[in-house]
Design a protein around this ligand. Structure first.
Ligand SMILES: [Zn+2]
Length: 212
C-alpha cells in the first residue's frame, strides 16, 4: 500500500523512510566486520545506518529483518487518537502474536462504540443498538467478525487464530472501514450540515424525526 511521503526501505537504497525513526533519511550501508573478536559474521548480513537517528537496521539476504515492518494499513485519517493508539499497537504486535493483535482490535471496536455514545460494557448489546438505529449489514458483520474472533483470542475456543493469520490480517482494513462509516463520514456531514442549514429548518427536521 503506497503511503504519501513514505519511501519503502530497499536493499542498498541511499535514502528511504527509516523504520527506526519514521523519517525520510539518508542511510549508510555497512557489511558486518568479519573476524572481529573471533566472530565470523555471514557475508549476507548487512546493516543500514540512519544518519538522522544513528540507529541500525539489519538485513539478511537483501531483506530487511529488523525492525519488522508490519506492511499493514495505516489508521484511517480522522480516526480518534485513542483508537489510533490501540490500532497501532495491534499492528506492531501482529507479526509476533496475531492472537494479541485480534484481542486489541476487539478493544478498538469497543472504543468505537463508546465514541458513538454507547455504554461499551457489552459489545454484543452495543452492536445490537447500532443495528436498531439502522446500521448496514456490511458494517454489522464487520463488527461481529472482529468481536467474535477477538473474544476467541482471549478465551480460546473454536477458532484457531494462528492458523487464520492471513484472515486476521484483513481485520485492519475492516476496522478502518468501521471507523470511516461510524465516525469519519458522519463528522464530515455534520461539519457541512450545521453551518448551512438554518435554525428554522433544523427545528422542522427535529419535529419530523425527533432528532436533528
Ligand atoms: Zn532513523
Amino acid at each position: 500500500m503506497a503511503i504519501i511521503g513514505y519511501t519503502k526501505p530497499a536493499f542498498q537504497l541511499g535514502s528511504f523512510t527509516c523504520p527506526r525513526c519514521n523519517c525520510f533519511s539518508q542511510h549508510e550501508w555497512r557489511y558486518i566486520a568479519r573476524g572481529a573478536g573471533g566472530f565470523e559474521a555471514p557475508i549476507n548480513w548487512v546493516t543500514s545506518w540512519c544518519l538522522r537517528c544513528k540507529d541500525y537496521c539489519f538485513w539478511e539476504n537483501r531483506t530487511l529483518v529488523w525492525p519488522v515492518e508490519s506492511g499493514l494499513p495505516d489508521p484511517i485519517e480522522g480516526c480518534p487518537e485513542q483508537i489510533q493508539a490501540v490500532y497501532n499497537e495491534a499492528r506492531q504486535l501482529f507479526p509476533h502474536s496475531p492472537r494479541a493483535s485480534a484481542a486489541l482490535l476487539r478493544l478498538a471496536i469497543q472504543m468505537i462504540c463508546v465514541d458513538r455514545g454507547l455504554p461499551g460494557k457489552d459489545l454484543n448489546s452495543d452492536i445490537g443498538t447500532l443495528v436498531k438505529n439502522g446500521l448496514s449489514a456490511q458494517i454489522q458483520q464487520s463488527l461481529d467478525l472482529v468481536r467474535v474472533v477477538g473474544n476467541n483470542a482471549v478465551h480460546p475456543g473454536q477458532i484457531q487464530i494462528e492458523e487464520n493469520k492471513d484472515k486476521i490480517e484483513k481485520f485492519f482494513g475492516l476496522v478502518n472501514l468501521i471507523v470511516d462509516v461510524l465516525i469519519v463520514q458522519p463528522a464530515k456531514v455534520s461539519e457541512m450540515f450545521h453551518p448551512l442549514v438554518p435554525p428554522a429548518q433544523k427545528q422542522q427536521i427535529t419535529a419530523r424525526d425527533g432528532k436533528p
